[in-house]
Design a protein around this ligand. Structure first.
Ligand code: FRU
Length: 326
């Protein structure tokens, strides 16, 4: 029998701790169950750019056939990624961009468009008049820059809406807790907080709630993850007025990786769709995604059962051989 070729995919993640990135990894692993001849080597840089660069180098030293990377910041990664690419190792950029053309595919949502969609929602929601606070994700990461750009582009059409303050939440709930607590006086006097992700929008909400001012202003975020404690639930509960679906691209990244390694052509820029989720459509969308999550759990259980059966079968076959041989 011919032996199927095996492949090693390296995945360098800027941070692995939050629900969105856990979902991304999960989406990858689910897609990988269809490709048993692939192994994933996973590295989590925990928000450190220097750590992420050395982890990419270590992955190369270990020997990988392809690199998937979600780079922490825009600027510092060009050189290391160009080095990887020059060695003939294909590169897939996921969710965050960098300053080099040395990659085979970029997969992610259109963050400028998401910023614009947020601007349209805010303009309508505030009826063209109001004061807002913008909470940035890590300012040196591409989604933060692009979401900001899209927002401003759209808000220019609403001269009555002012961004009175920009805060740096670095994508993280803890950081937001600190910066928002230090700006309570500003927050008392605004109509809406727009954060570059739901984690930060919910972090800002929690601080305001603690101070008893949460009902005076509205909160808008991005990601709209299903599941408990995430964006979709928060919209259902009326805590977030809106959020924008930001697909993880985990499944598409694995699919693209397997195509590249099979010598097939792939689309270089793969833009994943987003939609606005608010009180008017959250029930239907939540029902759908809850169902999808439940089906995924079923599929995973079944595939574990098949694995177990295959193993039992393999060991029975061995026993049979041993019995016959002796
Ligand atoms: C998760 C996250 C998401 C956000 C994305 C941007 O780490 O902060 O909430 O949409 O990264 O890269």
């Amino acid at each position: 029998a011919t032996k199927t070729k095996t492949y090693r995919i390296g995945f360098s993640q800027c941070t692995g701790g939050d629900e969105w990135r856990k979902t991304m990894l999960h989406d990858m692993k689910r897609e990988l169950t269809f490709h048993p001849n692939y192994t994933l080597l996973y590295e989590d840089a925990e928000n450190s750019t220097t750590r992420q660069i050395s982890q990419i180098q270590a992955l190369i030293d270990q020997g990988i056939d392809l690199l998937i990377v979600s780079p922490n910041e825009v600027a510092p990664f060009a050189k290391v990624i160009e080095d990887v690419f020059k060695r003939g190792i294909p590169v897939i950029l996921l969710d965050r961009k960098i300053e080099t053309e040395s990659y085979n595919a970029y997969i992610g949502g259109d963050n400028v468009e998401i910023g614009r969609l947020a601007g349209v929602f805010i303009g309508n929601h505030l009826k063209g008049k109001g004061r807002i606070v913008e909470i940035w994700g890590l300012p040196s990461s591409s989604p933060a820059q692009e979401r900001h750009r899209g927002l401003l582009e759209e808000l220019r059409k609403y001269p009555g809406i002012q961004v009175v303050k920009e805060l740096n939440g670095q994508w993280e709930r803890d950081t937001v807790g600190r910066v928002v607590a230090a700006e309570l006086n500003t927050l008392k006097d605004v109509d809406l907080v727009f954060a570059h992700n739901d984690v930060m929008a919910l972090g800002a909400y929690a601080v305001c709630k603690q101070k008893g001012i949460e009902k005076k202003l509205d909160f808008v975020g991005i990601d709209a993850l299903p599941g408990p404690n995430a964006g979709m639930q928060a919209i259902t509960d009326g805590i977030l007025k809106a959020s924008f679906l930001y697909p993880t691209g985990g499944e598409e990244a694995i699919e693209t990786a397997t195509r590249i390694l099979a010598g097939k052509s792939v689309k270089r820029e793969q833009v994943l769709n987003s939609i606005q989720i608010d009180g008017s459509n959250v029930r239907a969308l939540k029902a759908q995604s809850d169902k999808l999550l439940a089906q995924q759990v079923d599929i995973e259980k079944q595939s574990q059962r098949i694995d177990a059966l295959t193993q039992t079968y393999a060991s029975q076959k061995n026993t049979l051989y041993i019995t016959l041989a002796s």
